[in-house]
Design a protein around this ligand. Structure first.
Ligand code: 8YV
Length: 323
């Protein structure tokens, strides 16, 4: 029997590409360019499986074509707001994601952003590299302490809980969270976490507000002007979730007005574009969507996609089936 044809939309970890090559009739994106809508449609028409990432907008429009051959979208990433699940289902496609394998890695980066923005790590590095450091002095680049502060989590899923564990156990932080779908008590063991009745309650209490909700219609601009007004003037916003959860223009306004003290951002509303005003601000730390970007994690994510499509083509239900 011929091997199923698989189109991988971006370059993946080399060991995963090798496995795909061995098991499938695999086509890779040699120059790693972001695919256009037309290229995605061609892929859907010519392959049995398309393996997209967050940079591929698999919208209702992209999926609304005749002659789709693909039967599965094996997405590489836990977030799936780049795929219109209803349209995919209507087109007869199974869709899978890669939960769990990137939890620790993304939580690590949330902590990195908290520490970097509060302790002025980016600013200090720029200062030193620019040759501006004139020597130690007691008032030089004083930042904000992280240990013992209150961490507010919006969303309390796997990644948020991994952030809470690090913050509580490692930095003695108090944890407050809000989630419309709260976790089971046993998943919160040892965190001494306070459940807030609303996001506003979290904003009011937190020295650091870290976002861990999914992107998409339901959370679009959840953190806007009202949220920033509700936060403490000394608070820092951390976003390793999805860019469009934050109203970026309102964030700029809040930073300019001193409604919050700073922000650490790994994701942006219109990636890869970043609101230009943010680039000029010293009290923000900006990363290019690196949450899961370690060799170990990117390999694990890719292998999880392989596991999902192997199951699918083996006639089983993939463990990470979304629709
Ligand atoms: C990925 C992510 O790098 O998994 C996610 O949801 O945001 C990142 O870890 C990216 O989205 C891959 O599609």
């Amino acid at each position: 029997m011929a091997k199923p044809k698989v189109i991988v939309t971006r370059r993946w970890h080399p060991e995963v590409e090798q496995v795909l090559q061995e098991r499938y009739d695999a086509q890779f994106n040699e120059d790693d360019h972001p695919m256009t809508a037309a290229e995605l449609q061609d892929a859907l028409r010519s392959a049995d499986a398309v393996l997209p990432t967050v940079s591929d907008k698999v919208s209702a429009e992209v999926l609304g074509i005749d002659g789709i051959r693909a039967r599965i979208l094996g997405s590489n990433g836990v977030g799936f707001n780049h795929i219109d699940l209803d349209a995919a289902k209507a087109a007869g496609l199974t869709v899978t994601n890669t939960p769990e394998v990137l939890t620790d890695c993304t939580a690590d980066l949330a902590l990195a952003l908290m520490l970097a923005v509060a302790r002025r790590v980016g600013e200090g590095e720029r200062h030193l590299r620019a040759g501006e450091w004139s020597g130690w002095r007691p008032t030089h680049m004083m930042g904000t302490s992280v240990s013992g502060k209150t961490l507010g989590l919006i969303g309390m899923g796997r990644i948020a809980r991994a952030v809470a564990r690090r913050a509580h156990r490692g930095f003695d932080m108090k944890i407050i969270y809000h989630d419309p779908f709260p976790p089971r008590a046993e998943d919160l063991e040892g965190l001494d976490a306070l459940q807030a009745g609303s996001p506003e309650e979290v904003y009011a209490a937190a020295d650091f507000v870290s976002l861990h909700c999914p992107g998409g219609k339901e959370t679009y601009h959840l953190v806007g002007a009202d949220a920033f007004r509700a936060m403490q003037p000394g608070a820092f916003l951390i976003n390793t979730a999805r860019g469009d959860v934050v109203d970026e223009a309102a964030l700029v306004a809040a930073l300019e007005a001193g409604e919050i003290a700073g922000a650490g951002l790994d994701v942006f509303e219109k990636e890869p574009a970043v609101t230009p005003a943010l680039l000029e601000m010293e009290n923000v730390v900006l990363l290019p969507h690196l949450g899961s970007a370690t060799h170990e994690t990117r390999k694990a994510m890719g292998m999880r996609v392989v596991e999902n499509i192997d199951a699918f083509f083996g006639g089983e239900t993939p463990r990470d089936k979304l629709v």
